[in-house]
Write a protein that binds this ligand. Structure first.
Ligand code: NAP
Length: 507
């Protein structure tokens, strides 16, 4: 698509008014789009091609989508074909024609042709045959957009790009398909589609221009880019793609880190089917941490004890599992202990910790704290879980209702109480929060939870979950790349993404 064969971002623009389309065309080019698709089906009035094509900053594609293909064109098929022919003659650089009508619109002058197939419902069984037929049509680029029903559908579309007989743009729609939109760059796709305006969705799962440029560095990816990702469900709100991709760039590491939504119980199948992608390592999050530990051929001591992994790395003999949450949590605590009255650094083993929770993070912390000989008391809403954990690590346990009676100098919250969107919840009564008490809230969305806010107001020494989150990501980065992580950059990105404004925008 370009002279140097780098993948290109095609901004998709669809507005009801010509004036807004004209503004967005100029703005998209300023923000890095090298190709623009104008969705003429969005216009409220008949298109004024002269206006739309005046001062074009880059090549432009015309498309007029029917509702069945995810479009809005209200007229008849005859009217639509007429409009497409007019767009060709009016001077668009490219025309997008659906495979079933492509033969009805003749090639004209230098106008290039995209022959496209959309399936808004599913991945068709006969995708490969559909593609073969499309290659036989008069196309400069073949475009396939199908709806992923399972993670491995992404591999089928990437395979088309890879082995394609014609330049091919292919991706899966939906949140399960986001990875194929980015990975298409590594497989030689001439371009990928990006929403110019993140608030306007043109196809399910389409990433925004800014996301593809600034988070994924789409234009810099190639077939040598090493692939990493986060596996979870849900995974759409994970901050990991943002920080790992930016850290890769900062360290000049040719890698890409993607979100993979993998439903519960499907981890083993996912890893097997994605083997062909050669993914080097994954972050693992809910609900797959225990399965990841079980599936690994080698487990680090923390994984062995805790029974859960948050990182797996591909090695010649299979997946090696690590738990960077555990190490990060203890390092975070150690680095942030209050100094003694005489200025001596605080000692973790001289603290008495009340730990709330018995889920994944609580398990990681309980094991690490016991290993560091820290006196520990557990409390969890579901008593069976805390009792089991207390037996495993050899520590005291109290009923959830009795947690306020515990004498301790450090409180660690490993429950999800206070996490977005339940911002007005606190895992302990505020009367428990006395000056000098150390409060570590592992929740980091938001950073200032109700517990942290109340604790600060009452003179406690507070530590938020952001410090732990950045450390665990830094340790993962080292496992992924062998390089020291740019922790300052990672922390800055996390804080920016978690700022109240960013969270508001997300809602
Ligand atoms: P998890 O395995 O699902 O465990 C959740 C824990 O919260 C369980 O102990 C659960 O108690 C308790 N809980 C949930 N709702 C409660 C309620 N209304 N009242 C009392 N207890 C309640 O989750 P996880 O992976 O351990 O994660 C826990 C928290 O850690 C998350 O919210 C996340 O914000 C934070 N985290 C932080 C980092 C970091 O790097 N800072 C990393 C991962 C996670 P039951 O056993 O009774 O259900």
């Amino acid at each position: 698509m370009t002279d140097n064969n780098r993948p290109v971002l095609c901004a998709v623009i669809g507005r009801t008014r010509h004036k807004m389309m004209q503004i967005e065309i100029q703005e998209a080019a300023k923000r890095g789009a090298q190709l623009i698709e104008l969705r003429l089906d969005f216009l409220a009035k008949a298109p004024d091609f002269k206006r739309l094509l005046a001062q074009r900053p880059c090549p432009m594609i015309a498309s007029v989508r029917r509702p069945v293909d995810g479009g809005r064109f209200p007229g008849s098929e005859e009217e639509r074909l007429m409009l497409l022919r007019q767009a060709v003659v009016a001077g668009f650089d490219w025309i997008d024609l659906e495979t079933d009508v492509a033969d009805q619109v003749r090639r004209y002058g230098n106008v290039k042709r995209i022959v496209s197939y959309h399936n808004m419902r599913q991945m068709p069984d006969d995708l490969e045959e559909i593609y073969e037929r499309m290659c036989a049509q008069d196309a400069d680029v073949v475009k396939i957009a199908v709806t992923a029903g399972q993670p491995s559908d992404n591999l089928r579309v990437l395979d088309l790009i890879n082995k394609g007989r014609k330049p091919t743009v292919a991706h899966c729609m939906g949140d399960m398909g986001a990875c194929s939109r980015v990975l298409s760059a590594c497989y030689g796709s001439p371009f990928t589609y990006a929403a110019f305006n993140p608030e306007r969705s043109f196809a399910p799962g389409m990433l925004s221009l800014d996301e593809l440029r600034k988070t994924y560095h789409y234009e810099e990816l190639d077939n040598k880019s090493k692939i990493f990702g986060v596996i979870g469900d849900p995974v759409g709100h994970s901050l990991s793609p943002l920080i790992h991709n930016q850290a890769f760039r900062k360290m000049n590491f040719n890698g890409v880190y993607l979100p993979f939504r993998v439903p519960r119980g499907e981890l083993a199948d996912f890893l097997k089917s994605f083997d062909s992608l050669g993914v080097r390592g994954y972050s693992v999050t809910i609900p797959h941490k225990e399965s990841a530990a079980r599936l690994a051929t080698i487990r680090d001591p923390a994984v062995e004890r805790i029974g859960a992994a948050n990182t797996i790395i591909r090695m010649v003999d299979g997946w090696h599992a690590f738990n960077t949450d555990a190490q990060a949590a203890v390092e975070s605590l150690k680095a942030n202990l209050p100094v003694g009255p005489d200025g001596t650094p605080g000692q973790l083993q001289s603290r008495t910790v009340l730990l709330l929770g018995a889920g994944g993070v609580a398990r990681a912390l309980a094991h690490m704290l016991k290993e560091n000989n820290v006196p520990l008391i557990l409390a969890n809403r579901t008593p069976e879980r805390s009792q089991k954990l207390a037996e495993e690590v050899g520590c005291k346990v109290v009923d959830w209702a009795a947690r306020h009676n515990v004498l301790c100098d450090t409180l660690v919250n490993c429950t999800s109480v206070g996490m977005h969107p339940n911002l007005d919840e606190c895992p302990i009564h505020v009367s428990f929060l006395k000056p000098g008490l150390m409060i570590f809230d592992t929740v980091y969305t938001p950073e200032t939870t109700m517990l942290i806010r109340e604790a600060k107001e009452r003179g406690c020494h507070v530590l938020t979950g952001v410090d732990m989150f950045v450390r665990q990501a830094g340790l993962q980065f080292k496992l992924f790349t062998g390089l020291e992580a740019p922790l300052e950059l990672m922390e800055k990105l996390v804080r920016r993404a978690l700022s109240p404004i960013a969270i508001k925008e997300e809602e």
